[in-house]
Design a protein around this ligand. Structure first.
Ligand code: WTA
Length: 651
């Protein structure tokens, strides 16, 4: 295991106390939830489950735990779409806005809870009419349009599990995911607007089906950009045609608490992404709880905005399931923050009176680069709580967010969690916790985090590996089709503990400082990318004999992908070839996994046992300006690699 890539901010002493005014109105302003959970965490979660959700049948057993397999709220029955929609409509809140949706070109749609419910029922009937049944899986590959949450919720209404594939992924990525989960259907759109033009999706689905995903019988296509895609007779169906004939009557089917809700594929340390499994009752409990308390949500008055993409877990939990379960009004935005102008976010916040903004440190660093004039031109006083997620936030970015977006007084909640954890795990409570810029503070109530050393001993101050010592309701239930890999990956490194793959440090006040991944997973702009996955894409290029990939430090994106490659026999190193190799990775995995730099080297530094010395490569990447595209190994770099390798540095 290698050292974490990010240094801790040793000298960060500033502390920010929640204001008396904020604490006075907060959903919680003392330690009572922590104390309650500490005393009996099962009873604590059982209370949350019963208070936050509507059950068709109450559960008999709160937790059935046979390490590493958890069953939460056993015997309970509930339906996710009922919890997200019907119950709010039944309570007379049908006219409340569920989503203020805004497209990148500026088109706007307001969808109320009752309108959303009707769409969901109709689409659930469409799914049924295509023969889909409880337990089936469908893939969803869509831009940030309202059809995306509609499709997800329709699945949950009838017990079909969705597997959302981020719209930036490639045809190969679609093939792998569809084949692994044997999905019967792909729901997509012709395209989505991105940076001012239509980014095509349907042709990528066609390419995937040409490569081969034999389980896929049908493709449903929503028309977003009028790009007039080719429709394959008998296979491809228009969303609007199907919906025109669909009935708006569709009862919500009560599901077992442990019914599979969705799969979400994420990168690990191997070349094959893992299908993370989330189930119904526990997942919904924890996302509703955390959404309510970590964002201090007031469903009656707040306008909440999570600016992530639903293709990632943040969007699943905090654009769709948490906010809708809590019955709040959300903003959903299709496009990028700089289109058409660099004040797009601030304009949206002003227009809708956004009260919570949840975004990633990479975005904040980009806003910093664009300057304070952009937010200063807008009235941001509606904001009450600011959130961040996805990667460690450096104190400078935290302070900038605090001063320029939060008016120097709004609480910031830095939330640490993972695809696997389903919901927040480490975060401050905005009305309770004194925050330190750059620290995610501590575990939320009902979650138990320990740092351990190499030997698995608990560390009470200083650096260690982040582990979770007790099950939590929204924990992954496994890896689709690979029980053993689940045990291996998460539960075998430290006896009886979930190992997150992150390094962290505990300071003398007991604050946690997340340091980044300690395994071979990179974090680029808050997106998880496996070094192994990129390496195998690199060696898939005919000119590449061998490749090593590391995450170098990057001021904007946190880490950047740096690939070192050795060429095969007769191939000559050139700028063009390097660029071609980068493009090849983009085609294979999707643009987000395209290396920022490819360094063509004559050799790679290895230990005597033949292991690539990644730390050395990372140091080289960090110590040099390697350029943004291709860098031919300059002799000095090679010399440095050689010198240091011979000096016996090990990984
Ligand atoms: C990293 C995203 C520091 C971490 C929700 C984790 C963070 C990985 C934070 C999960 C944070 C996420 N501070 N690091 N607040 N949030 N991470 O599965 O390395 O896409 O293991 O889930 O992102 O990424 P994932």
């Amino acid at each position: 295991m290698s050292e974490p890539a990010i240094e801790v901010y040793e000298n960060e002493q500033r502390k920010f106390v929640p204001s008396a005014a904020f604490a006075a109105q907060a959903n919680t302003s003392d330690r009572s939830l922590y104390d309650e959970a500490e005393a009996d965490y099962e009873a604590f979660w059982a209370r949350q489950a019963r208070e936050l959700l509507s059950w068709d049948a109450d559960f008999e057993t709160t937790l059935n735990w046979k390490l590493p397999f958890a069953h939460w709220f056993v015997g309970g029955k509930l339906n996710v779409s009922y919890n997200c929609l019907d119950r709010h409509v039944e309570a007379g809140r049908g006219d409340k806005v569920a989503y203020h949706w805004e497209g990148e070109p500026g088109d706007k749609v307001t969808l109320t809870y009752s309108e959303l419910l009707t769409e969901v029922k109709k689409f659930a009937n469409v799914l049924k009419s295509l023969g889909l049944q409880k337990g089936d899986r469908v893939a969803i590959y869509m831009p940030m349009i309202l059809e995306l949450p509609i499709a997800m919720l329709a699945c949950t209404r009838i017990g079909v599990a969705h597997s959302v594939i981020f719209g930036g992924f490639s045809a190969d990525a679609i093939v792998d995911r569809c084949n692994d989960a044997e999905t019967k259907l792909i729901i997509t759109a012709d395209a989505g607007f991105r940076k001012g033009s239509a980014a095509l999706l349907k042709p990528t689905v066609d390419a995937a089906l040409d490569i081969g995903a034999p389980s896929v019988e049908k493709v449903i296509v929503a028309n977003r950009c009028d790009t007039n895609p080719e429709m394959v007779e008998g296979r491809d169906l228009w969303w609007h045609d199907l919906m025109a004939d669909a009935s708006p009557d569709c009862p919500a089917e009560p599901m077992d608490s442990e019914q599979l809700l969705y799969l979400l594929y994420t990168s690990g340390t191997t070349a094959k992404p893992k299908g993370i499994m989330h189930t119904t009752g526990g997942y919904l409990t924890q996302v509703a709880f955390s959404h309510k308390y970590i964002f201090d949500l007031k469903p009656e008055t707040d306008v909440y905005w999570c600016a992530a993409d639903i293709g990632w877990v943040t969007g699943h939990s905090y654009i769709v399931y948490g906010p809708l379960t809590n019955g709040c009004t959300s903003v959903m935005y299709e496009g990028t923050p700089d289109t058409p102008n660099k004040d797009r976010f601030w304009e949206i916040i002003e227009r809708y009176g956004v009260t919570q903004l949840y975004t990633a440190p990479t975005a904040i660093r980009m806003f910093m680069k664009w300057g304070t004039e952009e937010p200063a031109r807008h009235d941001l006083t509606s904001l009450r709580v600011l959130g961040t997620v996805g990667e460690p936030i450096n104190p400078e970015a935290w302070m900038w967010y605090h001063d320029n977006i939060g008016g120097g007084e709004r609480p910031i909640v830095d939330t640490w969690w993972q695809t696997e954890t389903g919901g927040h795990m480490i975060a401050p409570m905005p009305g309770v916790t004194e925050t330190k810029p750059g620290s995610a503070c501590g575990a939320i109530p009902g979650v138990f985090v320990d740092l351990v050393d190499d030997g698995g001993n608990v560390v009470t101050e200083g650096g260690g590996y982040l582990t979770i010592s007790r099950p939590w309701p929204s924990m992954l239930r496994g890896i689709w089709g690979d029980e053993e890999r689940y045990r291996e990956t998460y539960w075998s490194t430290y006896e009886g503990r979930y190992f997150a793959g992150d390094g962290a440090k505990l300071d003398a006040d007991g604050y946690l400082w997340l340091l980044g991944r300690v395994d071979d997973v990179m974090n680029v702009s808050g997106h998880r990318i496996s070094t192994t996955e990129v390496e195998s894409a690199l060696v898939g290029h005919p000119a590449v004999a061998e490749a090593a990939v590391v995450g170098g430090n990057d001021d904007l994106t946190g880490q950047a992908i740096i690939g070192y490659v050795i060429l095969r026999g007769t191939h000559e190193a050139s700028q063009e070839l390097g660029d071609e190799i980068r493009a090849h990775v983009g085609d294979k995995l999707g643009k987000i996994a395209r290396p920022k730099t490819v360094v063509i080297v004559p050799d790679l530094p290895k230990t005597r046992s033949g292991k690539i010395m990644r730390r050395l490569l990372r140091d080289v990447a960090d110590g040099r300006s390697l350029g943004d595209t291709t860098t031919l190994a300059d002799p000095a770099v090679v010399q440095e690699i050689a010198d240091r390798a011979s000096a016996g540095e090990d990984d």
